[in-house]
Design a protein around this ligand. Structure first.
Ligand code: CO
Length: 272
């Protein structure tokens, strides 16, 4: 029996959010033909909200147990997470409990920014997905979640690498080392592009990044005299980034990238 695949997203409660995850699902099925592919949502809040709308979704442990009852003995799990932080640790704890309970074999793929090579690859991938109408002189800010977890240092490393490739592109986070306060003095263009460094567009993108409240990054940029252009596209929608998660899934399954798969575009220039 081929190992089954469990993809884990934070959650999606809009049609658009589900469309984006469905696209990644299709890509996974293309690379893993004939494998069962299931989804779990890690956010309790979103799962409750979906339950209120009578839409079913599983937490990670529940999805794994369901797969166990379906007689899958080996599962490869890939979280669409950005850093190996607290959420990843919670996921690993869930997996460990299920393994102990059932004896299932579960391989876990790494989050987007895990190794140094990942950080380099993400840096060049972000630059491949800048808005087409952005002039080279215009600043672009990627807004990440950030965390107090030690793994959050990867955001700062990503910021450095992106800066080495394009001085006008910045990576900041809502909490952590490089916040909007650190970036504001560096911006020189009147028009500033604002993009999420989050897998899918949700509350953080719509409210904290592009929202109308005074504390949103858009409003703070406007308050400091910039014209803000928010781009509502999560990182899983950027094909070069999605391929990194896919490679982590392939690594967890111990399979080399199939020859028919889309070639990895690779770094733009480099090494810094
Ligand atoms: Co949050």
């Amino acid at each position: 029996m081929k190992p089954a695949i469990l993809l884990v997203a934070y959650g999606a409660c809009t049609l658009e959010g589900r469309r984006v995850l469905a696209q990644f699902d299709l890509r996974v099925r293309e690379v893993f033909p004939g494998h069962a592919v299931r989804w779990a949502y890690s956010s309790d809040i979103l799962r409750k909200r979906l339950a209120g709308k009578r839409q079913k979704s599983d937490a990670v442990d529940k999805a794994l147990l369901r797969m166990w009852f379906e007689h899958f003995e080996t599962v490869i799990l890939q979280p669409l997470q950005t850093i190996p932080g607290r959420e990843f640790e919670e996921l690993q704890a869930d997996v460990a409990r299920v393994v102990q309970e059932t004896g299932m074999r579960i391989g876990v793929g790494e989050p987007l920014l895990t190794s140094e090579a990942d950080i380099r690859r993400v840096a060049s991938s972000l630059l491949q997905h800048l808005p087409l109408s952005r002039a080279a002189s215009e600043d672009v800010i990627f807004m990440g979640h950030g965390s107090r977890h030690p793994a959050a240092v990867r955001y700062a490393q990503l910021h450095e690498l992106v800066q080495a490739l394009d001085k006008k592109v910045h990576v900041g986070t809502m909490e952590g080392l490089v916040t909007l306060d650190c970036l504001l003095p560096k911006l020189t263009s009147q028009r500033v592009w604002l993009m999420p460094l989050l897998a899918t567009v949700g509350r953080h993108t719509l409210k904290d990044m592009a929202g109308c409240e005074r504390t949103s990054w858009r409003c703070r940029l406007e308050a400091s005299g910039h014209l803000c252009k928010p781009v509502l596209k999560g990182t899983v929608e950027h094909s070069a980034i999605a391929e990194i998660w896919l490679d982590h899934l392939l690594a967890a399954a111990h399979v080399p990238r199939p020859k028919t798969a889309k070639a990895d575009p690779g770094p733009v220039c480099h090494d810094p």
